[in-house]
Design a protein around this ligand. Structure first.
Ligand SMILES: Cc1ncc(COP(=O)(O)O)c(C=O)c1O
Length: 394
């Protein structure tokens, strides 16, 4: 499964450990934390330059900070992009990109399923400002093409996606977008740049909730965008007005976390595969959704496009809602928390998490069955993880 990543000739390990060596200060082995709200200008000419240069990270912390720039550079190298920028959260990254690149009268094509915050941004917030949208079945390339209108400016992608773990054919959709001159934007949070690099299939902008696998330790909130220099500068320009920049301390934590991402993700991939195979044969389980299983309807596409299947899986308990809540209560080491991508395994029951926001009909539309469970595997020993799940199902 190394094919999708063949284009880059520097190893992931080398990027994670060495990419910013040239930027290190000469006095410390680990990168410094620039916890300052402003830089000091040397004279009027210097002040003029600091204030006028796009993406400047030494002028004022809302314009950028050196710790965030260092992290953005590493992620851009991993994704194969020209430039990058860090945000206060994943949602801060998505909303700023959408505000920067769309205007009233434009049209966006999105998937039927996205991270809930993305769906709400497109259907509630942007719609309020006159940006139209169409949502499509992400498993159908033809559906993306059919949804394109003369005023379509962007196609929003996310693969694999919650909770169905459906896959989008990135190369095919990007080919269509390019023939129409439409920007493609892909949320790569679930896959991570270790398992999937959307730009190699033609995606223009890659987004991460760095809160998840990039930080990796359940202790920070951050977002990232990687793209061409021209698009990142345009988005940065919008960010000056909306203020979603990543705080230096969060960037510093994520900078430490990212060094071990390759190792963590390898274990998380293995844990998810082990648990998925175990659950597929379990009598209490109606269905397991995981792109690494041969039973996943898009397993072949996932194998072509990803070099690992990720640490997330969902599964449906035959006993429905009550069986789901009992299962979670019975777990001893896996915790019930609404995030993912960190060193500890965490689990949620989406019908509980979204029950207060969505009607039963809306839950059904989103593919959220009452007994559906989402498990985000951590880096525990695989046998220990399966043992906890086994006893909780019992
Ligand atoms: C796939 C995906 N994208 C985006 C986000 C939003 O990221 P954040 O919570 O960092 O704003 C999340 C958060 O759960 C997510 O799972």
């Amino acid at each position: 499964m190394s094919e999708p990543h063949a284009k880059r000739n520097i190893s992931t390990t080398s990027i994670l450990l060495n990419a910013d060596r040239g930027m290190s200060d000469e006095f410390s082995a680990s990168p410094p934390l620039h916890q300052s709200s402003a830089g000091i200008a040397q004279d009027a000419d210097d002040f003029y330059d600091l204030a006028a240069t796009p993406m400047n990270d030494r002028f004022y912390a809302r314009y950028g900070n050196e710790t965030s720039s260092r992290l953005a550079k590493i992620i851009a190298e991993l994704e194969g992009g020209e430039a990058g920028m860090m945000f206060s959260s994943g949602v801060g990254a998505i909303s700023t990109a959408l505000m920067a690149l769309t205007r009233s009268g434009d049209h966006i094509v999105a998937q039927n399923s996205h991270y809930m915050g993305t769906t709400e941004l497109v259907t509630n917030v942007l719609a309020k400002f006159g940006v139209e949208f169409t949502t499509v079945d992400q498993t159908s390339v033809a559906a993306f093409e059919a949804a394109i209108r003369p005023n379509t400016v962007m196609i929003l992608l996310e693969t694999p996606v919650n909770p169905t773990m459906h896959i989008t054919d990135l190369a095919a959709v990007c080919d269509i977008a390019k023939t129409h001159g439409i920007i493609t934007f892909c949320d790569n949070t679930f896959a991570t740049p270790i398992n999937q690099r959307p730009m190699e299939f033609g995606v223009d902008i890659v987004m991460h909730s760095a809160t998840k696998y990039i930080g990796g330790h359940h202790d920070l909130l951050a977002g990232n965008l990687t793209s061409s220099k021209a698009l990142i500068e345009k988005i940065w320009d919008m960010s000056l007005n909306t203020g979603p920049i990543c705080a230096p301390f969060n960037a510093w934590l994520a900078l430490r976390g990212i060094r071990t991402m390759e190792l963590r993700v390898a274990r998380q991939n293995a844990n998810a595969m082990g648990v998925a195979e175990f659950l597929e044969d379990h009598p209490a389980i109606a269905q397991v959704y995981f792109p690494g299983l041969k039973s996943h309807p898009q397993h072949e596409l996932a194998t072509r496009q990803m070099s690992g299947f990720g640490g997330l899986l969902t599964f449906d308990l035959k006993g429905g809602y009550d069986a789901g809540t009992a299962f979670i209560e019975n777990l001893e080491t896996v915790q019930n928390a609404g995030s993912l991508g960190g060193v500890f395994s965490v689990v949620i029951q989406p019908a509980v998490m979204f029950g207060g926001r969505l009607s039963p009909e809306q839950l059904k539309e989103q593919g959220i069955a009452p007994g559906l469970i989402r498990l985000a595997c951590g880096i525990e020993n695989t046998a220990d993880l399966i043992a906890d799940i086994d006893q909780a199902l019992g």
